[in-house]
Design a protein around this ligand. Structure first.
Ligand SMILES: Cc1cc2nc3c(=O)[nH]c(=O)nc-3n(C[C@H](O)[C@H](O)[C@H](O)COP(=O)(O)OP(=O)(O)OC[C@H]3O[C@@H](n4cnc5c(N)ncnc54)[C@H](O)[C@@H]3O)c2cc1C
Length: 474
C-alpha cells in the first residue's frame, strides 16, 4: 500500500514548491531530503550563530519557503539520504533513526545539480574547494575558504563567491575566468529580461573593482602548488576553446582556491529508474526527456528544478508547480490538476524565468578544448587515485565509454559514484576519440547512490540466527 499520492525527492525551491502546490490540489505528499531543513542549496538554513547577524535576502526567502511548506501539510523527512529506489515507486533512505522506505505511485525528483569539475594539478591539496561548495561555507556557516583566495573556473558563481569573500573580510588574490569577456557579451540579450539580476551581478562586480580584485578573463589555473596545503597558484591564458596557450604565466600567492565550472543536472535517480535522457549542453548536459508536464519516459516519474536542466533558483519553483499539476492530472485529482490554462501559463512562466539561468549555465559550460587544461599528472578520479595519464592509457587501449573506463581502471567506483570525476573522464574520452560529448553517454547508475552503512542494506540480524549447516558425514 502506498504511503502517499506523491513523494518529492528534494526539498529545494523546486521540491518545496511542488509539495505546496500538490497539497493545495488535495494530494497526500511526503518530502524527503538529506539536508536538515528545506531550502536546497540556495536557501540552505544558516548555522544558528549566523541567524543572529543581519539577515540577507536569500535567508528571508528560505525562511518564508520553510514556513509555507510546514503549513502545507506535506510531511518532511529531513536528514534522510536516499540511496536506492525501486520502480513503482519505493524510495529507500537512511536517516537518523535508521532505514526508511516510502512508497507512492508518483515521484517528483527535484534533486538539483552537482558541480562540474575540471581537474588541475594540485587540486587535491587541502585548501582547494568547489566554487558552489564555497557558497555553502560562506552563506550557511559564515566561514572564509582562506585568507587569500584565488576564485577560478567559469560562470556567474565566480563573481558571487568572490564578492562574498570580500564582504566577509577576506582577500581575493584574483578571479580567474576561463571564458573570454566576449562570451558574457554574447549572452547579454538573454540577460536583458531580468534587470534585477543584472543589477545583482553588477553590484558583485562593483564590490570587486572597489576592493581592487584583479579579474582575468580567458585565463585558467595551470597548477596549484603547496606541500601540506595551497601555497601558490600558477595561471595562464587559454584560447577561445579553453586550451592553454602561450607562456604568459604568473604565479600568485594564495592559501585557498575555489574552483568550479558550472553545474550538471543531477540525474542519478532518473538513470537508476530507467528514464530516457537527452543531451542539452545549454542546460548543463544530460537531462531526462520529459513531456509538457515534466513527466519522464517512466510513467509517474516527474522531474523539476535544476535536475530537469540548470535554469537557476528563480525558475525552479515554477517547474515544481508544473510537475505537481501533472501528477494531479495523472491521478485525476484537484479538479484534474488545475485547469489546462493554469498548466500552460505555469509552463510559459517557467520558460521565461529560466532564460536567464540557462544563459548563465551555458556561460559556465566548458567547450571541448577544455580537456587540454588537464595535465597528465593531474588526479582525475580522487577516490581511486587515478591520474589523467592512467585514464588516457586505458582509452588508448580501447576504453570508449564511462563503463569501459570503470571496468578497466575503477574510475567512478569510489564513494562519489562518479559525481566528481565522471564528466572529466567523459571529456578525456571525447578528446582522445574526437567524438562529441553526447556520443560518450552517461555513466550507469547503481545503488547505493550515496554512501550508506552496510547494516542499512543487510538489515538487522544476529549471527546466532544464521543457519549453520550440519557437518557433512565423514
Ligand atoms: C553546492 C551548490 C551551491 C549553490 N549555491 C547557489 C547560490 O549560492 N546561489 C544561487 O543562486 N544558486 C546556487 N546554486 C544553484 C541553485 O542551487 C539552484 O539553481 C537552485 O537551488 C535549484 O533548485 P532545486 O530545487 O532544483 O535544487 P536544490 O536547491 O539543489 O535542491 C535539491 C535538494 O535535493 C536534495 N537531494 C539531492 N539528492 C538527494 C538524495 N540522494 N537524498 C536526499 N536528498 C537529496 C538536496 O539535499 C537538496 O536540498 C548552487 C548549487 C549547488 C550545487
Amino acid at each position: 500500500m502506498s504511503d502517499y499520492d506523491l513523494i518529492l525527492l528534494g526539498a529545494g525551491p523546486a521540491g518545496a514548491a511542488a509539495a505546496i502546490k500538490a497539497r493545495s490540489l488535495g494530494l497526500s505528499v511526503g518530502v524527503i531530503d538529506e539536508a536538515s531543513a528545506a531550502g536546497g542549496q540556495v536557501y540552505r538554513t544558516p548555522s544558528p550563530a549566523l541567524t543572529a547577524t543581519q539577515p540577507d535576502a536569500d535567508r528571508a526567502k528560505g525562511d518564508a519557503l520553510r514556513a509555507k511548506l510546514a503549513a502545507s501539510g506535506a510531511v518532511l523527512y529531513a536528514n534522510h539520504r536516499v540511496w536506492s529506489l525501486r520502480p513503482g515507486f519505493s524510495v529507500i533512505a537512511i536517516g537518523p533513526d535508521g532505514p526508511l522506505t516510502l512508497e507512492a505511485p508518483n515521484l517528483i525528483v527535484a534533486a538539483g545539480a552537482v558541480e562540474r569539475h575540471i581537474p588541475v594539478t594540485g587540486w587535491t591539496l587541502p585548501g582547494v574547494i568547489g566554487l558552489a561548495g564555497a557558497t555553502i561555507l560562506l552563506k550557511a556557516h559564515g566561514v572564509l575558504p582562506g585568507r587569500r583566495v584565488v576564485v577560478a573556473g567559469s560562470g556567474p558563481l565566480l563573481l558571487l563567491v568572490a564578492s562574498k569573500i570580500v564582504a566577509a573580510g577576506g582577500e581575493v588574490a584574483a578571479v580567474v575566468d576561463a571564458a573570454p569577456r566576449a562570451s558574457w557579451l554574447a549572452r547579454a540579450g538573454s540577460m536583458l529580461a531580468r534587470p534585477d539580476l543584472i543589477t545583482k551581478g553588477a553590484n558583485w562586480l562593483l564590490a570587486l573593482l572597489k576592493a581592487r580584485v584583479p579579474i582575468h578573463s580567458g585565463t585558467a589555473i595551470r597548477a596549484i602548488h603547496g606541500t601540506d596545503g595551497v601555497e601558490s597558484v600558477t595561471i595562464g591564458p587559454v584560447d577561445r576553446d579553453w586550451r592553454p596557450v602561450g607562456d604568459a604565466e604568473r604565479t600568485l600567492a594564495a592559501d585557498a582556491v575555489c574552483l568550479g565550472f558550472g553545474l550538471l543536472p543531477s540525474t542519478d535517480v532518473t538513470r537508476l529508474l530507467g528514464a530516457e535522457h537527452r543531451y542539452k549542453p545549454e542546460l548543463g548536459g544530460w537531462i531526462p526527456a520529459v513531456d509538457a508536464s515534466l513527466q519522464t519516459s517512466v510513467p509517474g516519474l516527474f522531474v523539476a528544478g535544476d535536475g530537469a536542466g540548470v535554469r537557476g533558483a528563480d525558475a525552479a519553483p515554477l517547474s515544481g508547480e508544473l510537475a505537481a499539476l501533472g501528477v494531479a492530472r495523472r491521478l485525476g485529482r484537484g479538479g484534474g490538476g488545475g485547469s489546462a490554462g493554469e498548466a500552460a501559463q505555469t509552463e510559459a512562466n517557467w520558460h521565461k524565468s529560466g532564460r536567464f539561468g540557462a544563459a548563465m549555465s551555458a556561460l559556465a559550460m566548458p567547450p571541448p578544448g577544455a580537456a587540454a587544461m588537464i595535465d597528465p599528472d593531474a588526479t582525475v578520479c580522487r577516490c581511486e587515485g587515478l591520474t589523467r595519464a592512467m585514464l588516457d592509457a586505458a582509452i588508448a587501449a580501447g576504453a570508449r565509454t564511462l563503463a569501459d573506463l570503470k571496468a578497466t581502471t575503477r574510475c567512478g567506483m569510489g564513494p562519489c559514484g562518479g559525481r566528481v570525476c565522471g564528466e572529466a573522464a567523459a571529456m578525456l574520452i571525447a578528446a582522445a576519440t574526437g567524438w562529441d560529448r553526447e556520443a560518450i553517454g552517461q555513466p550507469s547508475a547503481r545503488p547505493p547512490l550515496r554512501p550508506v552503512p552496510l547494516a542499512a542494506i543487510t538489515g538487522a540480524f544476529d549471527y546466532d540466527e544464521l543457519p549453520i549447516p550440519a557437518p557433512a558425514p565423514l
